[in-house]
Design a binder for this molecule. Structure first.
Ligand code: PMP
Length: 417
């Protein structure tokens, strides 16, 4: 029996073959080999249900929203509102006004930085992030700090990639204005103790933003239970279209924040002397939004909901454990990121080889992984690495595909040595 077939005690109820049939792209052959798509942390593939929701909307109900009294505009507005309601439920927010549609996690963080941050961060203040952040949660804050004369402070990690929460707490002081931290590291897979981090921030009177881009694909999130002030994610990493995502913000904070982009839809009344603004979330949604994108995101949330996030989490944890074991037995290969609590990402380096060379050979075998700094250059510097190779898993992947990955990595190592 192949190692892949030796199933451990199953803690999930999920039919992978049936799921795979929903993703037409997984039937593709690459360089004559069956595609093994293990670049899910960069973006996930889309199920038929999402693609069909998009085309159905364009075929049957497309119109601009909010501004029309005609039937199509009302249908499109209702579908868009419905998508917002799905995101609200998905995140466990209590009020749909707390859900702002954006392009993705990057835009959501920029919104908070240039609206909340611009209003609340001043000269001498501090913004506290962690050493595990994606550039999307570094660079906007860095630019804000530069413009305001504030400082960007970085909480350290240990060599396994575990955040040092005690040290982080010691960095909080009277000048700390916000904590902005990732829920799950896109490079190492580390799951941060966001609950404790949020409690810690609030104990010191500091609001907390959580970057959930890599968390929502793998784990249930409940912003009300977490008590965070802001939570951001991207639709394309949870089987939805690219170009759509959401910002959750606590209503009191959103209400007090100034608009950041201005134009149609975000206004209440405009004269040449003065403009008053719409209520949240519309105050933050200037111009015609990605209407179909929101509807596609709603369909993706429905799709994940049908499988069940507990099933997804349990199945992907098995893939992660299996991949860690299979890759770990390859001589000369080192897994980077060994936190005890990880989501389904495995970064690795191989002595004497460059990650890009490995990925190039893997591509010839039909195996799609990612290499490089993964938009986390300061983390790479902390780890003393120019980059890693990264395989990241979804519920449509299988243990057999991980065997193909391990075989292809061995082959690459032989070819490169
Ligand atoms: N944060 C994390 C942790 C990410 O992994 C990513 C995407 N790689 C982002 C933010 C940015 O997401 P997007 O490019 O969809 O805006």
């Amino acid at each position: 029996m192949s190692p892949a077939a030796q199933t451990l005690e199953r803690k999930w109820d999920l039919d992978v073959e049936k799921i795979r049939a929903d993703f037409p792209i997984l039937q593709k052959r690459v360089h004559g080999k069956p595609l093994v798509y293990l670049d899910n942390a960069a973006s996930t593939q889309k199920p038929r249900q999402v693609i069909e929701a998009l085309s159905r909307f364009y075929f049957e109900s497309y119109s601009n929203i909010h501004r029309g009294i005609h039937e199509l505009s009302q249908e499109a507005t209702a579908a868009h509102d419905d998508a917002r309601e799905k995101v609200r439920r998905f995140l466990g927010a209590s009020d749909r006004h707390e859900i702002v549609f954006v392009r993705g996690a990057t835009e959501a963080i920029n919104l908070v930085v240039w609206s909340w941050g611009w209003q609340n961060v001043g000269a001498g203040d501090e913004v506290l992030i962690t050493a595990l952040e994606h550039h999307a949660n570094i660079v906007p804050w860095q630019m804000l700090c530069a413009r305001k004369g504030a400082s960007l402070c970085v909480a350290p990690i240990d060599d396994r990639g575990v955040l040092l929460l005690d040290k982080m707490e010691k960095m909080i002081n009277g000048r700390t204005r916000i904590i902005a931290a990732t829920h799950v590291s896109n490079v190492l897979g580390t799951v941060n103790p966001v609950h404790e981090m949020i409690e810690m921030g609030h104990r010191h009177g500091v609001p907390v933003l959580i970057d959930g881009a890599q968390a929502v694909p793998h784990t249930a999130v409940d912003v009300a239970a977490l008590g965070c002030d802001f939570y951001v994610f991207s639709g394309h990493k949870i089987y939805g279209p690219s170009g759509i995502g959401a910002l959750y913000g606590r209503r009191e904070l959103l209400d007090e924040m100034p608009p950041w982009q201005c134009g149609g839809d975000m206004i209440d009344r405009v004269t040449y002397d003065k403009t008053t603004f719409n209520v949240v979330p519309y105050k933050f949604e200037a111009g015609t939004p990605d209407i179909a994108g929101a509807i596609g995101l709603g369909a993706a949330i429905d799709y994940m909901g049908k499988i069940g996030i507990e099933n997804i989490a349990a199945y992907e944890q098995d893939l992660l454990d299996y991949a860690t074991a299979r890759l770990g037995e390859i001589p000369g290969l080192r897994i980077v990121g060994t936190a005890p609590h990880k989501a389904s990402v495995v970064s690795f380096v191989v002595d004497g080889t460059h990650p890009t060379d490995i990925a190039t050979i893997l591509d010839q075998e039909g195996v799609a992984i990612r290499t490089g700094h993964h938009c986390a250059m300061p983390l790479m510097e902390r780890l003393g690495l120019p980059g890693t190779a990264r395989a990241s898993f979804s519920f449509y992947n299988t243990r057999e595909e991980i065997d193909v990955l391990a075989g292809a990595v061995k082959k690459a190592i032989e070819m490169l040595r």
